[in-house]
Ligand binder design. Structure first.
Ligand SMILES: [Zn+2]
Length: 315
């Protein structure tokens, strides 16, 4: 993997989605070694192709554990990135500066007395992006909320989306306080719509990348239960796949390279669980011309997902 690919993957893992920013040195990524809210891990590549990692958070001084956290977040073998060897002594831990998120302990399912999640509430605003534009709830098999995934967008004056991010919200104890925190729910994470999957043990399941596409899939194919992993993205192995044991699952991929990579990882885990895996193929299009039904080729665009197909008029 190149430095750019590593940064891209980290920025899409753990339920997060951030655009990778380039610096003069390399790329900035969300650090998997601490609860990172804004990318503070620099990822660069030496001329010989060695990956150099440095986290700028003052709480994150153990370089060896930065390397092993990145390896584990990307599903690589321990030591694959060639971090510091056995003689390495981490520098003393510096007191965290303001703005660096402290560790939290999730309380799941979300207790009844927790403040209700709502898009309008000040509690769930981002300084940079404002209020979330959409949010999805993840439930356990009994239907109790486990956590939320919220989507934030920045638009230009013409209303075009110029940047977007996904924040997972988890109810937790942090520094003795019970509160909503930005962070992924504990692993193994529940898949999206687990309660519906559990309630209909014979229903066919449709798998999408991301909740927005899953919801669109649910409207397009109402007999199949739509699911995904938290925030879509590149870390499906952090989700519990046991609910899919023996189930029929239809993979509906985003039509781009990360989409292919994601469904391959998902397919491998599903097959391990003994699920029957099918792939959604793109249908012939039909339109009416001069009162006759005409068959045509359905033309797809790069990165298309079920939400795009729905917008284009699939019914
Ligand atoms: Zn860090």
């Amino acid at each position: 993997m190149t430095a750019k690919q590593i940064a891209d993957n980290l920025n899409r893992s753990g339920g997060w989605t951030r655009k990778t920013k380039q610096t003069s040195q390399g790329y900035m990524a969300l650090c998997p070694n601490h609860a990172d809210k804004n990318p503070s891990l620099s990822v660069r590549e030496t001329e010989s192709g060695r990956i150099m990692l440095k986290c700028f958070a003052t709480s994150c001084t153990d370089v060896r554990s930065v390397y092993s956290s990145v390896e584990s977040a990307l599903g690589m073998e321990f030591g694959a990135l060639n971090g510091p060897g056995a003689g390495y002594e981490p520098a003393a831990r510096v007191e965290p500066i303001k703005g660096v998120r402290k560790d939290f302990e999730a309380i799941v399912p979300v207790p009844d007395d927790a403040p209700t999640f709502s898009l309008g509430s000040r509690r769930f605003k981002s300084k940079e992006f404002g209020a979330p534009v959409a949010a999805w709830v993840y439930r356990n098999a009994e239907g109790r909320p486990m956590g939320y995934v919220a989507r934030y967008e920045q638009r230009d004056d013409d209303g075009n989306v110029v940047d977007k991010m996904i924040w997972p919200w988890t109810f937790a104890i942090r520094e003795g306080k019970r509160e909503w925190v930005v962070g992924a729910m504990p692993e193994p994470r529940v898949p999206y719509n687990l309660d519906l999957i559990h309630a209909s043990p014979d229903a066919v399941i449709q798998w999408h990348e991301g909740e927005k596409a899953a919801d669109a899939g649910g409207r397009l194919f109402p007999n199949w239960i739509p699911t995904t992993t938290v925030g879509g993205g590149s870390a499906p192995h952090l989700t519990d796949f046991s609910p899919f044991r023996g189930r029929t699952v239809i993979l509906c991929q985003d039509l781009d390279a990360p989409g292919s990579e994601y469904v391959m990882l998902v397919a491998a885990r599903l097959i391990e669980e003994g699920a029957e895996v099918r792939v959604l193929r793109f249908p012939t299009s039909h339109h009416v011309a001069d009162g006759v039904l005409v068959k045509g080729t359905y033309v797809t665009g790069p990165g298309d997902d079920a939400a795009d197909h729905e917008e284009r008029g699939w019914t």
